[in-house]
Design a protein around this ligand. Structure first.
Ligand code: ZN
Length: 235
């Protein structure tokens, strides 16, 4: 059982953000790295982000943007910007990159922790969890102590028992670690989770990165301008 575990999600091909987050996980002495998917989509560096996650993550699960690269039904709910980014993204990836994305599981359960991209019930349906009430209802669909999710790009700590107010090592939680590459909670800084199973703590870390460089690259690649602008506002 690792002592310090870093959990990242929703990188969305933002290499500037990913590199800074990985530096922070080293600074925080994380011993293992888990990725909750959406390595690609929206951003300027899909191949480099796939290579980095592949090399660095001990566990990685499949996100809907990763699945959209090789599976058509996933694209049905994409808005026009996401669609445009997807066709560009797919052209940047090698056969080997795509084979790697295809190999990713929907869920991984280990050491009383569950890792999924979207939600613990039927993760392949890509449901969103936005409220504490929804999170409590999902509590019956997993048996592990903590279920870690991403997908909404909004970090959140949700106790499964209504009476619990803050993180403790004794209680059950559904935890959204937020997004490395495209935060949407009004804070532009990268978000990730740090779990310490010995100290009994969980921390949502926020990390500054060169957001202007990431935005410039999106424009330089000819991707939709909105995908560059939103990074600066965290929305
Ligand atoms: Zn995402």
């Amino acid at each position: 059982m690792p002592v310090r575990l870093a959990i990242i999600s929703d990188i969305h091909a933002n290499l500037e953000a990913l590199e800074r987050v990985l530096e922070d996980t080293e600074l925080m002495q994380a011993e293992r790295l888990v990725c909750l998917g959406d390595i690609v989509g929206y951003g300027a560096d899909p191949a480099a982000c796939v290579a980095t996650v592949r090399e660095r993550a001990d566990i990685c699960v499949l996100g809907n943007h990763d699945a959209a690269v090789f599976s058509v039904p996933e694209r049905a709910f994409f808005n026009p910007n996401a669609r445009e980014a997807l066709s560009w993204t797919t052209a940047q990836l090698s056969e080997d990159d795509i084979t790697y994305l295809q190999s990713l599981p929907y869920r991984v359960s280990t050491d009383n922790l569950l890792f999924v991209h979207s939600a613990p019930r039927a993760p392949e349906q890509w449901d969103y969890v936005f409220s504490g009430m929804e999170a409590r209802l999902y509590g019956r669909y997993f048996h592990e102590r903590i279920c870690f999710i991403g997908h909404s790009h909004v970090p959140g700590l949700y106790p499964i028992d209504a009476g619990v107010r803050e993180y403790s090592h004794a209680d059950r939680f559904l935890i959204n670690v937020g997004s490395v590459g495209q935060p949407r909670d009004g804070d532009w800084r990268s978000s990730y989770g740090l779990l310490d199973t010995v100290a009994g703590t969980y921390e949502n870390r926020r990390v500054e990165y060169d957001v202007d460089a990431a935005a410039r690259k999106i424009l330089a690649r000819g991707l939709p301008a909105r995908l560059a602008q939103r990074l600066k506002f965290g929305q």
